[in-house]
Design a protein. Structure first.
Length: 226
């Protein structure tokens, strides 16, 4: 084999063994969405996820936002999300970071004190990923699953669930205020529009996510103009 051919073959084998990392989409604004099933969009198309809808709306308003990096999965508690962020190891800085977490802490009967401690850790991690700028972090409240058909099938008491959700939201709202990040209340709309649920009778539909997006959009635009 000629020397040139041998060198080409060696380079080809090395490239296959060590493929280059995938390139991020080339936009000036990076967006990171952290959460659980409410952020990953359980039971809806990927395009219907509220962070994806938010990205489209921001682009329509002239912001050069890349596709969001979504670190979220059904069933995650604050502890699960913290572990996943450690494994994914996203690197700063993101111009926009959203955080919606806690429903599974409440559903699993985990303590409010544990939630506070782990939520604060996540909030500080979100700030670090936003380049140390709290004004680029947006926290969304926990929606109320107690009003859904799924809760009714379980025979759950909606008033008990509502009271628990309110306590958890009081924690995330207070801790968000301490650092000066933005806070968006989606709990009210989750209670007011009980009809906007997905086929599973539990998770939000695309139309509900659109309502969340509309509530979050002003805070996102303010963050990106900051």
């Amino acid at each position: 084999m000629k020397r040139g051919s041998f060198l080409f073959l060696a380079l080809f084998i090395a490239a296959c063994a060590n493929p280059p990392p995938p390139q991020e989409n080339h936009h000036s604004i990076r967006y990171l969405a952290l959460g659980d099933s409410y952020t990953s969009g359980e039971n809806v198309d990927e395009s219907a996820r509220w962070p994806v809808q938010l990205t489209r709306a921001l682009r329509a308003d002239g912001f050069d936002v890349g596709d969001p990096l979504i670190i979220a999965q059904t069933g995650w508690t604050t502890g699960n999300l913290a572990q996943a962020i450690g494994q994914e190891n996203p690197q700063p800085s993101y111009r926009l970071v959203t955080l919606l977490i806690g429903v599974n802490n409440q559903y699993q009967g985990r303590s409010e004190e544990e939630y506070r401690q782990e939520f604060v850790t996540l909030l500080h991690r979100a700030r670090d990923l936003a380049g140390g700028n709290d004004h680029h972090v947006i926290v969304l409240s926990i929606p109320d699953w107690g009003v859904t058909p799924y809760a009714a099938r379980l025979g759950a008491d909606p008033s008990v669930i509502a009271a628990a959700i309110d306590r958890f939201n009081a924690i995330n709202r207070a801790e968000t205020a301490k650092v000066g990040a933005a806070y968006v209340d989606v709990t009210k709309i989750s209670r007011a529009r009980r009809d906007l649920v997905a086929d599973d009778g539990l998770h939000p539909s695309e139309a509900m996510y659109q309502q969340w997006m509309k509530l979050t959009l002003p805070a996102a635009e303010t963050a990106l103009r900051n």
